[in-house]
Design a protein around this ligand. Structure first.
Ligand SMILES: [Zn+2]
Ligand SMILES: [Zn+2]
Length: 141
Protein backbone atom coordinates (compact mmCIF):
# COMPACT_ATOMS: atom_id res chain seq x y z
CA UNK A 1 0.00 0.00 0.00
CA UNK A 2 1.43 3.32 -1.03
CA UNK A 3 0.15 6.50 0.53
CA UNK A 4 -1.30 9.27 -1.55
CA UNK A 5 0.84 12.39 -1.90
CA UNK A 6 -1.71 14.56 -0.08
CA UNK A 7 -1.74 12.14 2.86
CA UNK A 8 2.00 12.28 3.35
CA UNK A 9 1.99 16.09 3.16
CA UNK A 10 -0.70 16.47 5.81
CA UNK A 11 0.96 13.79 7.94
CA UNK A 12 4.24 15.71 7.85
CA UNK A 13 2.38 18.92 8.63
CA UNK A 14 0.86 17.48 11.80
CA UNK A 15 4.42 16.77 12.93
CA UNK A 16 5.52 20.30 12.09
CA UNK A 17 7.56 19.31 9.06
CA UNK A 18 7.54 20.68 5.55
CA UNK A 19 6.77 18.19 2.82
CA UNK A 20 10.06 17.95 0.99
CA UNK A 21 10.33 15.47 -1.87
CA UNK A 22 12.48 12.97 0.01
CA UNK A 23 10.31 13.09 3.13
CA UNK A 24 7.21 12.37 1.07
CA UNK A 25 8.94 9.54 -0.79
CA UNK A 26 10.31 7.90 2.36
CA UNK A 27 6.94 8.16 4.08
CA UNK A 28 5.00 6.69 1.20
CA UNK A 29 7.28 3.64 1.17
CA UNK A 30 6.93 3.11 4.90
CA UNK A 31 3.18 3.60 4.82
CA UNK A 32 1.06 0.64 5.80
CA UNK A 33 0.56 -1.55 8.82
CA UNK A 34 3.56 -3.68 9.62
CA UNK A 35 5.71 -2.36 6.81
CA UNK A 36 9.28 -2.02 8.01
CA UNK A 37 12.34 -1.37 5.90
CA UNK A 38 16.05 -1.01 6.43
CA UNK A 39 17.77 2.16 5.30
CA UNK A 40 19.20 0.21 2.39
CA UNK A 41 15.79 -1.09 1.35
CA UNK A 42 14.40 2.45 1.43
CA UNK A 43 17.38 3.69 -0.56
CA UNK A 44 16.74 1.09 -3.25
CA UNK A 45 13.16 2.30 -3.66
CA UNK A 46 14.12 5.95 -4.02
CA UNK A 47 15.23 7.60 -7.26
CA UNK A 48 18.92 6.84 -7.97
CA UNK A 49 19.93 10.49 -7.64
CA UNK A 50 18.83 10.56 -3.99
CA UNK A 51 21.57 11.70 -1.69
CA UNK A 52 22.41 9.09 0.92
CA UNK A 53 23.21 11.66 3.60
CA UNK A 54 19.85 13.35 3.05
CA UNK A 55 18.12 10.00 3.48
CA UNK A 56 20.09 9.34 6.65
CA UNK A 57 19.13 12.75 8.02
CA UNK A 58 15.50 12.26 7.06
CA UNK A 59 15.32 8.97 8.94
CA UNK A 60 17.07 10.49 11.92
CA UNK A 61 14.62 13.39 11.96
CA UNK A 62 11.63 11.05 11.62
CA UNK A 63 12.93 8.98 14.52
CA UNK A 64 13.44 12.06 16.70
CA UNK A 65 9.96 13.34 15.87
CA UNK A 66 8.43 10.01 16.76
CA UNK A 67 7.16 9.52 13.22
CA UNK A 68 9.04 6.26 12.79
CA UNK A 69 10.35 3.61 15.11
CA UNK A 70 13.86 2.42 14.65
CA UNK A 71 13.81 -1.24 15.54
CA UNK A 72 16.99 -3.17 16.03
CA UNK A 73 16.52 -6.71 14.74
CA UNK A 74 20.13 -7.76 15.22
CA UNK A 75 23.58 -6.23 15.15
CA UNK A 76 23.37 -5.45 11.45
CA UNK A 77 19.70 -4.96 10.79
CA UNK A 78 17.79 -1.90 11.85
CA UNK A 79 14.35 -1.40 10.42
CA UNK A 80 12.23 1.69 10.26
CA UNK A 81 8.50 1.59 10.55
CA UNK A 82 5.75 4.18 10.85
CA UNK A 83 5.09 4.73 14.52
CA UNK A 84 1.35 5.07 14.09
CA UNK A 85 -0.28 6.01 17.36
CA UNK A 86 2.66 4.80 19.44
CA UNK A 87 4.97 7.70 19.98
CA UNK A 88 7.66 6.01 22.01
CA UNK A 89 9.64 3.06 20.72
CA UNK A 90 10.46 1.50 24.09
CA UNK A 91 7.89 -1.24 23.62
CA UNK A 92 8.15 -4.73 22.21
CA UNK A 93 7.83 -5.42 18.51
CA UNK A 94 6.67 -8.57 16.81
CA UNK A 95 8.51 -9.82 13.75
CA UNK A 96 6.74 -12.31 11.52
CA UNK A 97 9.31 -14.70 10.11
CA UNK A 98 7.03 -15.55 7.19
CA UNK A 99 5.78 -12.26 5.76
CA UNK A 100 8.48 -10.14 7.46
CA UNK A 101 5.96 -7.74 8.91
CA UNK A 102 7.08 -5.84 11.96
CA UNK A 103 4.33 -4.78 14.33
CA UNK A 104 4.23 -2.58 17.41
CA UNK A 105 3.23 -4.71 20.40
CA UNK A 106 3.01 -2.36 23.37
CA UNK A 107 0.52 -4.77 24.95
CA UNK A 108 3.39 -7.20 25.57
CA UNK A 109 4.27 -5.82 28.91
CA UNK A 110 7.86 -6.30 29.87
CA UNK A 111 8.17 -5.30 33.46
CA UNK A 112 11.41 -3.42 33.64
CA UNK A 113 11.00 -2.65 37.31
CA UNK A 114 11.83 -6.30 38.06
CA UNK A 115 15.52 -5.71 37.52
CA UNK A 116 17.72 -6.85 40.39
CA UNK A 117 18.71 -4.10 42.76
CA UNK A 118 21.62 -2.04 41.56
CA UNK A 119 20.61 -2.42 37.89
CA UNK A 120 19.29 0.56 36.00
CA UNK A 121 17.24 0.53 32.86
CA UNK A 122 18.20 2.84 30.03
CA UNK A 123 16.65 1.39 26.87
CA UNK A 124 15.06 -1.83 25.69
CA UNK A 125 15.06 -3.55 22.32
CA UNK A 126 12.66 -6.38 22.48
CA UNK A 127 11.72 -8.12 19.26
CA UNK A 128 9.50 -11.15 19.49
CA UNK A 129 9.76 -13.47 16.50
CA UNK A 130 7.02 -15.74 15.33
CA UNK A 131 4.13 -15.99 12.89
CA UNK A 132 1.51 -13.25 12.64
CA UNK A 133 -2.25 -13.76 12.68
CA UNK A 134 -2.45 -13.50 8.92
CA UNK A 135 0.19 -16.15 8.27
CA UNK A 136 -1.02 -18.53 10.98
CA UNK A 137 -4.58 -18.60 9.62
CA UNK A 138 -3.26 -19.19 6.10
CA UNK A 139 -1.46 -22.26 7.36
CA UNK A 140 -4.52 -23.82 8.96
CA UNK A 141 -6.60 -23.70 5.80
ZN1 LIG B 1 3.02 -12.89 8.74
ZN1 LIG C 1 6.70 0.39 17.62
Amino acid sequence: MVAKKEDTVSFLKTHGLAGTAIRKQVLSHLWGDGVALTQKEIEEKLPPETDRVTLYRTLKLFTEKGIVHKIVLDGETQKYKIAGRFRKSDHAHFYCTQCHKLLCMPQLDVNLSHLPSGFQFSSARLVVEGVCDNCSTKKER
